[in-house]
Structures are given as structure tokens and as C-alpha cells.
Design a protein around this ligand. Structure first.
Ligand code: FAD
Ligand code: FES
Length: 275
């Protein structure tokens, strides 16, 4: 991180590739040559000169490379500016910021159940890569991924690898609505949860997806008897400073940029508007 957290570090675009109709994949490297030094689930503020700044999750694990990867949905000024980036173009980076998935302190030795919906796979992928690269530190690994349609699936090559990877004990994918190209599961991601062979006394659950998904996934986990202490959710709020000063991202007493974006569910379940 830069000495002054308000001063962006310069980074260079190594790859900029179309992923879906609305999402683009990027690989960046800091011009200093230093790794970003992020933990799984953290984010960075990405700035495009002359346009602005937006918080974007870091999608790769620092166990893989000194570069870092992001996936951006084109929704507004900064994300559209990012979609115009080509190899060699410069961006500004502040961060990494926030509390990520507790892969070291809470998850070691535990079975892990990752539940990702749509673009929620982006931050969770960094945790999945981390645990696969430190496989012996964890119990069983189960990954559930749901997308609205086959054309909205992200990281399709990596999903195919995970399906075949014998380091992953259970991998299930589903789409809300299939098409002629799709021979897999059709249905909401909640339908996959009871199909996993859970040892609920030893499992930590990681959830990230669109807001509507959390409520129904949490109901399903409750039915199976999971403790709220064993569930981690990654939340998204509008942000400005990214460092707990402006209050833009506040949920009552919590700043999502600093206390999150990853929270233990039991810590925020009573906070109105959190989920
Ligand atoms: C921790 C974190 C991680 C994130 N990770 C990713 C990621 O990995 N990939 C990704 O694509 N996105 C990610 N986002 C979301 C991203 O930061 C936002 O979509 C951001 O607003 C994009 O900036 P923009 O300038 O492109 O769009 P904006 O110009 O900010 O507009 C985005 C959308 O929000 C609406 N909007 C603008 N201002 C407001 C407002 N004040 N209140 C309500 N709605 C408003 C706009 O109408 C538009 O639909 C993340 C957000 C957070 C907080
Ligand atoms: S974004 Fe400013 S306090 Fe969180």
C-alpha cells in the first residue's frame, strides 16, 4: 500500500478481456514491481484518470502471482472507463482495503462451503484459489455457483477445472434459466445446498452474491442447522473514501469498507438493512 492511503499507486494493464456481455476481466501489475499484498476478499479503489474512482474486489489470490486480477461489470462512469482499457494502459490503485475472508484464523482445519451467485464469484474466487493452494490446511471443500443464465457464467474455464479437480470434494453449478447450450442443473442455488454432504459441526460457509440471494440461502442454511457464527457474508455498499472516514458505506455502527466487506453473520444479523 502507498504511504499515503489517499494517493493512488500506478498500475499497468497486462490483460483486458471480454468475459460476458457486461463483464470484463483484467490483470494488472503495480508499476513499483511490488505485489499488491492483498488477502482473499479484500478490495481496492480503482481510479481512471479524468473519470473517477470505484471500489473493485480483487479476484485472484496472492498465492498465485505478483499481479492481481479483477472483473468489472459495466454500470457507470468508472466501470465503463475500465472497459475501455487495453494492454499497457495505466490505472490508479488505492488499497488493498477491508477485512476479507478469514481463511487463516477461522477457517483452517474446517470444511468449507462456498456459495456464490453471479458476480459474487469474483471476490470468493480469491479465497477458493487461496485454499486450493494451501489444500492440506483445510477439510473438505464444496463450491456452489449459480448464474442467471449460461451466458452470464463467469470464469467458465476455471469452473470446468474445478469440476474435475480432485482437491474439490463437491462442485455444483446451476442457472436460473437454461438454454439450448446448457445441459446442467436449472434452478435456484438454494436447491443445491441440501445436496451437499455437510458436517455442520465442522463447516464454515462463505456467501457472496446479489442481495436477494442472501435471504433465501440463509433460510436454507438455518433449516440444516448451521450456526450463524459459522457463516461469513460479503456485503456491498456504496463507498467513497474506502477507509472509514466519509460514512458513505455505514450500516449503523459498522463501516463496510473497514469492518467488512466480509462479516460474520452473527455480528450483523440484528443490524437493520445489513442483509
Ligand atoms: C467492496 C466492494 C467491492 C466491489 N467489487 C466489484 C467488482 O469486483 N466488480 C464490479 O463490477 N463491481 C464491484 N463493486 C461495485 C462497484 O464499485 C460499483 O458498481 C461502482 O458504483 C461502479 O462505479 P461506476 O462509476 O462505474 O458506476 P456509478 O457511476 O457509481 O453507477 C453505478 C450504478 O449505481 C447507480 N448509482 C450511482 N450513484 C448512486 C447512489 N448515490 N445511490 C444509489 N445508486 C447510485 C447508477 O445509477 C448506476 O446504476 C464493488 C463494490 C464494493 C463496495
Ligand atoms: S467508504 Fe468512506 S467510510 Fe466507508
Amino acid at each position: 500500500m502507498a504511504e499515503d492511503m489517499y494517493v493512488p499507486l500506478q498500475a499497468t494493464t497486462l490483460r483486458s478481456e471480454e468475459m460476458t456481455e457486461t463483464e470484463r476481466f483484467f490483470e494488472f501489475k503495480l508499476d513499483s514491481g511490488e505485489p499488491l499484498g492483498h488477502e482473499p476478499g479484500q478490495f481496492a479503489e480503482v481510479s481512471i484518470p479524468g473519470i473517477g474512482e470505484a471500489p473493485i474486489s480483487i479476484s485472484s489470490s496472492s498465492t498465485r502471482s505478483d499481479t492481481f486480477e479483477m472483473v468489472v461489470r459495466n454500470v457507470g462512469n468508472v466501470s465503463n472507463g475500465m472497459h475501455q482499457l487495453s494492454k499497457g494502459d495505466k490505472i490508479g490503485i488505492r488499497g488493498p482495503f477491508g477485512k476479507g475472508f478469514p481463511v487463516e484464523e477461522d477457517m483452517k482445519g474446517k470444511d468449507l462451503l462456498f456459495i456464490c451467485g453471479g458476480i459474487g464469484l469474483v471476490p470468493v474466487r480469491s479465497a477458493i484459489q487461496h485454499v486450493l493452494d494451501n489444500r492440506s490446511d483445510y477439510g473438505s471443500i464444496s463450491i456452489l455457483f449459480g448464474a442467471k443464465s449460461p451466458s452470464e457464467r463467469l470464469f467458465v474455464d476455471e469452473l470446468a477445472e474445478w469440476k474435475e479437480d480432485d482437491k474439490i470434494d463437491c462442485f455444483m453449478e446451476t442457472v436460473d434459466k437454461g438454454d439450448e447450450s446448457w445441459a446442467g442443473n436449472v434452478g435456484l442455488i438454494t436447491t443445491c445446498i441440501p445436496k451437499v454432504d455437510h458436517d455442520i459441526s465442522n463447516t464454515k460457509v462463505i456467501i457472496c452474491g446479489p442481495p436477494v440471494m442472501y435471504k433465501f440461502v440463509l433460510i436454507e442454511l438455518e433449516k440444516l442447522g448451521f450456526s450463524h457464527d459459522d457463516i461469513f457474508v460479503s456485503l456491498e455498499r456504496r463507498m467513497k473514501c474506502g477507509v472509514g472516514l466519509c460514512g458513505h458505506c455505514q450500516i449503523n455502527g459498522y463501516y463496510v469498507c473497514q469492518d467488512g466487506p466480509v462479516f460474520k453473520y452473527s455480528d450483523i444479523e440484528d443490524e437493520k438493512g445489513a442483509i
